[in-house]
Design a protein around this ligand. Sequence first.
Ligand code: GLY
Length: 563
Amino acid sequence: MKKIILVLTISLLFSNCKTNSKKEKITGLITEKAMVVSAREEASKIGSDILKKGGNAYDAMVATQLALAVVYPVAGNIGGGGFMVYRASDGKTGALDFREKAPLNASKDMYLDTEGNVIPGKSSFGIHSVGVPGTIAGLFEVYKKFGSLPFKDLIQPAIDMARNGFKVTSKQAKALNRTRKLFEKANNYKVLFDKEWKKGDLLKQEELAQTLERIRDNGQDGFYKGKTAQLFVDYVKELGGIISLEDLEKYKAIWRKPIEFNYKNHKIISMTLPASGGICLAQILKSIEPFDLTKIAHNSSKYVQLLTEAERRSYADRAHYLGDIDFINVPIDSLIATSYIKKRMNSFSWDKATKSSEVSHGAILGHESDQTTHYSIVDQFGNAVSVTTTLNTGYGSKVLVKGAGFFLNNEMDDFSAKPGVPNVYGLVGSKANAIAPEKRMLSSMTPTIVEKDGKLKMVLGTPGGSTIITSVLQNIINIVDYKMGMQESVNKARFHHQWLPDNIRMEPNGFDSTTKDNLKALGYELVERNSLIIGRVDAILLLPNGKLEGGADPRGDDKAVGF
Ligand code: GLY
């Protein structure tokens, strides 16, 4: 029965998009000045209210992130990490890395048994999967550099919502109920989420409210030192984990130079390593740039084929070359050089699918070497921030810090536990992404900003593990090449290829049978599962008349709020 309802919901989602695109144009929320689009209405509203009070996009980022940590515990977090890309009103750009890192006591083979085999689940579930969280350090780094309102005003709405509760949505109740057994397995006490939830239940989190109060009163030290840190480390010890007080004290968010490149007269600004998003996006968009997409129908077999072949080659490079640039040398410039991309695409043929087994990483001359969440913000001053943040999979490690009320990530699974062995997203890696103490694990997060003619055009990003990059990609193409509106673009059915496994994942009912038959005839293996949802894109488009259009993904409870 559940399955039937899901199929119907997803069918309606896409059939609705199709019908509407023929009859009337789908349009998202349009506002005059400012907007926040996030995974939950409550969080978007809290961010938007901060903007209304005169706060800027960076203030709204702090408030939205903290609100999501309360109202969207599946991925919104203080026990995880993420990345932020900004474009200030004067056109200056930058990026912040608040990715989790491996504990000081981590080691390359920590997830292998005595025979050198990966121990199933150890890197992705429970206390051993936890990386040192970066979110709170990230928020304070942003606040120190750009914040304008008092910090207590930014965090108080989250504290109040944690204490007074919020109403659980139907999707949220299902996700919580699905995870109940895992909460029990990961913890040594009954966590507050461990009950049968239904739509409309009030979820109050008093321990989380108190943790947020310590952060309000003591700043970053309210998380990385003092009572919160002690509760965190004590519980880690109780469960046999390795994160120490020293790990927490040493954590630092790092400002980085974003990846910037041009695609068809647009400037794309995206995240750099340890997030692979910007590099892969550059590689894939540059691979398809020589093709005139106006002659190729959207989501037709030719369209899917072209993007798939570009994605295949890029993800093969990702697996071989990419990791934390503070630990390894990555030839970023060579990997995104037009001449290199051209060579990589030489083997592409419209006549048949390339086999991933025949595509390894490219040769670089001179080489020295499902659950995340995204929010987009544009303020009334013209500043834009694009933030993707995560616990990794839903509710991360499922470990809820006893006495402190927040979930810990399971980000250690984003490392390559052993070369060639896939992680939960089916991604393989090499020694570039091997575990080392204090190293940051490779990410697919792709918070992105697009500029046209020196002006802000779009802010976007999405959750979705390995599919993050290709969802952002398809939305950039929807806007740049197919001239869609923001909501129309976000609603479109998506597909994904990541080199290995060698198949195209497609959202159900979004691709017609001719498209699928053509692709199969060319040798592509298609995976179309009823429940498959690829990303939940939250984005903002600047319209030619200067107004903002929000794209809030109907695949989730996402919502745009602004004024
Ligand atoms: N944890 C998903 C990612 O960072 O790619």
